[in-house]
Design a protein around this ligand. Structure first.
Ligand SMILES: NC(=O)c1ccc[n+]([C@@H]2O[C@H](COP(=O)([O-])OP(=O)(O)OC[C@H]3O[C@@H](n4cnc5c(N)ncnc54)[C@H](O)[C@@H]3O)[C@@H](O)[C@H]2O)c1
Length: 328
């Protein structure tokens, strides 16, 4: 924490260093700037981009990552996926609370380094598995856990829209983005592991995994230790508005949601109830991280969970490349 004396009032400011000031940083800043007593430093490999964000939100643009680390209590890392682990390890080793956009990395080997660095670090570390803060997905998680659908049997999860651009088109280079499973399906994979438990087997197909670049579509069939089967469909090749949907069928009921047809989670369960979206998931996620960091508590989404989601995404990718199932 940083305390500033102004007149009779001692103010405390929690200093956040934003690393990467591209497209998603604007979403983060829109919500971070609603949280009281935060101040910002901005770093981007392109200095003018950091300056641009500093002109939109009060803060200071700096010219190097080391300069940023010297100034802040926490970092918010919003750079291309292949740089996540390297930057996160530096931040954690410098003793900074660390929020890292998903996925943990595109390499499970590099991701393991973050897990190792996190083990002995007295800081809060969270990966942006934002689906856990979407009211529909949280409610569906709670309903499944409370037994509302009985024994979960078959789950379909759908996510996607058009091809994301990214600075210099890095999403289309799968060595940088990880392709559709690591970049996009990972949201649903994390939800499944969180809600259903460990996976035992994956068989996946993809348009782009064998090619390694360009737009991608992926379909993974995943078996879980509790007997449930999930189909996870993700696309960067749908020209319509972005869509998310799920259908969770169990022995005692069905939950379904489709962003294109219905903004409300529909339950066909014994715990019938309406549910409406409340607050923005990015706001809730960042507020949760800041609250935990300020209280010196571990994050509510653990680094081990983020690693497990990446391992499952990597298994999907490997299955799509080899045309073989992958077993855990
Ligand atoms: N949670 C979600 O729903 C969601 C949605 C979109 C993107 N994301 C994630 O957010 C991250 C950023 O995505 P984006 O769409 O903002 O990408 P972007 O290309 O718009 O922005 C990335 C920024 O990082 C900067 N950068 C690149 N290398 C850097 C380095 N070494 N040091 C400092 N800055 C560097 C680039 O100059 C650019 O300004 C990715 O990890 C992506 O997966 C998450």
């Amino acid at each position: 924490m940083h305390y500033a004396y102004s007149g009779d009032i001692i103010e405390f400011m929690f200093k956040i260093g934003v690393v990467g000031t591209g497209r998603l940083s604007r979403v983060h800043l829109r919500h971070l700037s609603r949280i009281p007593d935060l101040s910002f430093h901005f770093y981007d490999q392109e200095f003018d981009r950091a300056q641009e964000l500093a002109s939109e939100y009060p803060g200071t643009a700096v010219r190097s990552f080391d300069e940023l680390l010297a100034e802040v209590d926490a970092v918010d890392i919003i750079v291309p996926n292949d740089l996540h682990a390297e930057i996160a390890v530096k931040a954690i080793e410098a003793g900074k609370h660390t929020f890292l956009e998903k996925p943990l990395d595109v390499s499970v080997v590099n991701a393991k380094r973050v897990v190792e660095a996190a083990k002995s670090a007295p800081v809060t570390i969270q990966v942006g598995h934002v689906l856990r803060y979407f009211s529909m997905y949280r409610k569906a998680h709670d309903l499944v856990q409370s037994g509302a659908v009985g024994k979960p049997a078959a789950i379909r999860m759908t996510r996607g829209g058009g091809m994301p651009g990214g600075e210099s088109g890095w999403f289309a280079d799968h060595a940088r983005s990880g392709g559709i499973f690591m970049d996009l399906a990972i949201h649903d994979l994390d939800w499944l592991l969180w809600t259903i438990g460990p996976a035992t087997e994956v068989y996946a197909k993809s348009v782009g995994a064998k090619v390694g670049h360009g737009a991608d579509y992926g379909l993974a069939t995943i078996s879980f230790a509790n007997g449930c089967v999930a189909h996870v469909e993700s696309t960067w090749m749908d020209a319509q508005e972005p869509r998310t949907a799920f259908e969770i069928a169990g022995s005692d009921g069905l939950l379904d949601y489709d962003s294109r047809t219905n903004a409300t989670l529909r339950t066909g369960t014994k715990l019938e109830q309406n549910h409406h979206p409340d607050d923005d998931p990015f706001y809730l996620q960042l507020l949760d991280f800041v609250t935990c960091a300020q209280a010196g508590k571990p994050a509510n989404v653990s680094i081990e969970e983020a690693y497990a989601a990446l391992e499952l995404a990597d298994a999907c990718r490997r299955s799509a490349v080899s045309s073989q199932p992958v077993f855990f």
